[in-house]
Design a protein around this ligand. Sequence first.
Ligand code: DC
Length: 646
Amino acid sequence: MRSTNDFDLIVIGGGAAGLFAAGRAGERGLRTLLLEKNDKVGRKLGITGKGRCNLTNNAEARTVIENCTTNGRFLYSAVNAFPPSAVMSFFEKRGVPLKTERGFRVFPESDRAADIVNALRSYIKDGGVTRITAEAKGLVIENGAVAGVDTTAGRFSAKSVIVATGGISYRLTGSTGDGYRFAESAGHTIVPPVPSLVSICCAEEECAEMAGFSLRNVKLRVENKKGAAVFEDMGELLFTHRGVSGPLVLSASAHMREYEKNGYKLYIDLKPALTEEKLDARILRDFEKYKNREFENALSDLAGRSMIPVLVRRSGIAPEKRVNSVTKEERRRLVSLFKSFELTAVSPGPIEEAIVTSGGVSTREIDPKTMASKKCSGLYFAGEVIDVDAYTGGFNLQIAWSTAFAAANAVPKAENDKESGKMKHIDVAIDGPSGAGKSTLARLAAEKLGLIYVDTGALYRTVGLYVLSKGVGSRDEAGVTALLPEIDIGMKYSDGAQRMILNGQDVTDSIRTPEVTKYASDVSAIGAVRAFLLDTQRSLAEKYSVIMDGRDIGTVVLPNAELKIFLAASAEVRARRRLKDFEAKGIETTFEEVLRDIEERDYNDSHREIAPLKPAEDSVLVDTSEKSLEESLAEIVGLIERAMEE
Ligand code: DC
């Protein structure tokens, strides 16, 4: 019996990632507990973007990844699976109209961050999420798997925990954040948080004039437009074509956000060891030493060669003026130039020049598709606690939504969980030639029995589509193999239907053309392609109870499937069925053509060297040639139900 303290999932942290993950889990029907130590959830979210909440950036998934300063690649599948467009439609559907401003930043039309927080609050409420105000003290880990969370309100049990504690407090206080501590207790490595380091672009073209020139032991002070110092330190600075860089600037950049809004000014003290009086005395001495020279030639002891023309210009003193006739007032201007050389920061430097960014739970130890810990089963991470970071512009919140979505989707439902007593985990393999009715029957049976239908042919078709789009021959083994690293395949279920996502784009509707069909068949004979898709197929079956159809599911992909069905039908029957499908879609063809195609594919699929189509030894043969759809379905459902009972 379950106690009231038993949940399917506990989410720690009621910020953006935590709220969204809890809501999504609730929506999926998981019994979810949300732990938040503040009595109000979404506190930080409510004050971001000056209370307006820049919730995402109206851009492609690719752009989000390009704007990550750390571990963008890690986010590839999560952001593609839940890109900005999905975030925007989520909030709009929940009654928050949005608007896109400069830099593609997205805000609620009302300019009220509270609207976003309220939408999330209603999301968790609708999902039946239990929310308590309590502080998580530590994870309960038993035999390398999460078993619950100890909190100030007692112990709660769950087989899955999402840590969504955020990371900012760690950065500001320098102390170990809660989330990091939990992760460490589960065996994770924390990448020490270092703020994002990047060069700074300045408005002054003079920087280019001085590019490559570095200044040692100078003091840099950064002020926002209100005149408040956001950074001040000593060190080394370097001029670049676009602005400034060097260790001092990189450190400063970590404290600078939203350049336009803050109107940052940089003030470089070129002589921090000297007071104004001492500097003036020093200048006088130099002028004495070079008394017969022109002003521009008397500064060589005080400033580097590249800087002198700039300083001279800024001082307003005629370069050819004799130094002994420089006035006191002119000297005063020179002193203040040395003590406070002003630059206008316009933006952070290019992303590719960024060096280090903030830390968190190491991405190497997290599965990028599911945000699941690779160290401790049942543990997931979402949001800022992960070692990922991006520029401002809504990207960081986008990361929170995408990672939360991935984690909340990956948490297994108790009903469909391997260890749950309610329903046994079962994997059903259905193999057979094309046109035998695999996909229709598998889909209907899955629907009826509450299993997940996985159409593996669609994976091969998606690879085929990519190869075709690149103009590479479908039988060019080396060419196809070389393309594989460029391919990222995602699968989504929308209204129960499997959608195929190729490099972030939904290609479901493009993979059924005769040309792609031919390509799919050819590329499926290539060993590297099969190996490439094997993991995806196996991990789905591991996580969920599935009915998976294909050619080698029972023989190669799931050799331990609880039930293996080989679905057959004569080539003529299959051709007749296909022809009907084509006619319904308005595709013109003839019976002979379809039959020839089918025979050719049968031959291809069963004569290839690797994983040829053949029944697994322990498979059950179901011949649908003489059966109606209903009859075939009843037979298959019966077989599965029996296997479930065993
Ligand atoms: O089932 P389908 O027609 O959508 O499959 C497309 C191609 O992919 C088909 O020619 C065979 C190949 N395939 C495979 O080799 N192994 C699988 N498990 C599934 C499909």
